[in-house]
Design a protein around this ligand. Structure first.
Ligand code: ADP
Ligand code: MG
Length: 323
């Protein structure tokens, strides 16, 4: 059986050109570039709660970093360093070597694509859990915050919403997707794309931003609360896949669209005068960016359907403490 040190040596020690000192000492040493401040965020994924214990380890490696990259994107920060803490069960039928190799592959594949260095972590035995801390850089004072939305701002979202939640509903047999729809939805669930470049490009354009991890309503709700503003959105403006369009307007599909988790798209608000700039950015980044509503004075979120009627939903988003 591999010792803790073998595991670290074999699977998690790689060159870290962007750090002063990486894995192997009691602490890593990192140095932000001049004029930058550090953005730090952490996310924990627990087997049985956030993923199935028998999940594909390569995809798990990807996702555990992707969800953190998404937090950097939401701040407009450039991700640079990661710290990985793993609780690994005693090896069983699936040798942990195979699992670790695939996990590391998924993790480093995405890390390298974004020039993120793994600079440290912790490795113990225990029920399978993965915690990644990400550290990024953003020009001092420029980070995108939840609190900056202003009345008159347009509300934008990137990409398409709801597919990850549709996939989960399908896996849990609460919904039946057609064969041609399954692959796309499953990849939204298991290998999400964080909008890292887009987030950095929104600096100087967006007044506020958040990444949609708990569902649009909940996450837009966080912007409204932090910014002390209200909003109106129209669900017919929300960009979604053909699979989602086929499943709507069933209540479960609507719930996936508005309150499903795991989208990892950005929701951001921008003064109306910058509409053209956002449209240009969408073309340049080749990411659909759609305007779904606007920020108003006051408080609360009004959700309209295509006919302009107000929709009321039971759930507002995924909440690990109330499910
Ligand atoms: P300590 O006993 O000082 O906490 P450890 O033995 O836990 O140190 O870790 C040794 C080195 O390996 C440290 O630099 C730590 O950051 C790194 N490390 C431990 N686990 C991981 C991991 N899963 N991924 C990356 N680095 C790790
Ligand atoms: Mg340790």
């Amino acid at each position: 059986m591999l010792s803790e040190f073998d595991i670290i040596d074999r699977y998690f020690t790689r060159p870290s050109p962007g750090a002063v000192l990486g894995v192997g000492d009691d602490a890593a040493l990192i140095k932000p570039a001049r004029g930058m401040e550090l953005a730090v965020s952490t996310d924990m994924l627990v087997a049985g709660q956030h993923f199935f214990a028998d999940a594909d380890p390569r995809k798990l490696g990807h996702k555990s970093l992707a969800v953190n990259l998404s937090d950097m994107a939401a701040m407009g920060a450039r991700p640079r360093w990661a710290i990985l803490s793993l609780a690994l069960p005693e090896p069983t039928v699936r040798t942990d070597e195979k699992w670790l190799e695939a996990f590391a592959d998924g993790f480093f594949g995405l890390a390298q694509a974004h020039q993120v260095d793994l600079v440290g972590g912790d490795t113990t035995r225990g029920p399978l859990a993965i915690s990644v801390t990400i550290i990024g850089e953003v020009a001092t004072g420029k980070a995108l915050r939840r609190s900056g939305a202003r009345p008159g701002d347009d509300i934008w979202i990137s990409g398409q919403l709801g597919d990850a939640a549709l996939a989960l509903a399908h896996v849990q047999r609460r919904m039946v997707l057609e064969p041609g729809e399954i692959t796309g939805c499953l990849s939204a669930l298991h290998t999400p794309t964080a909008r890292v470049e887009l987030g950095q490009r929104l600096i100087g354009l967006a007044d506020s931003a958040i990444d949609i991890s708990d569902g649009l309503l909940a996450d837009l709700g966080h912007i409204l609360k932090s910014s002390k503003v209200a909003a109106v959105i129209n669900i017919s403006e929300i960009n979604c896949s053909a699979a989602m369009k086929r499943c709507l307007p069933r209540a479960l599909a609507l719930e996936c669209l508005l309150a499903g988790g795991d989208d990892y798209e950005l929701c951001f608000t921008v003064p109306r005068s910058r509409r053209k700039k956002i449209e240009m950015l969408s073309l340049e980044q080749r990411i659909p960016l759609t305007r779904i509503g606007e920020i108003d004075e006051g408080e609360g979120l009004v959700v309209l359907d295509a006919a302009g009627n107000t929709i009321t939903l039971e759930t507002k988003g995924y909440d690990h403490f109330h499910v």
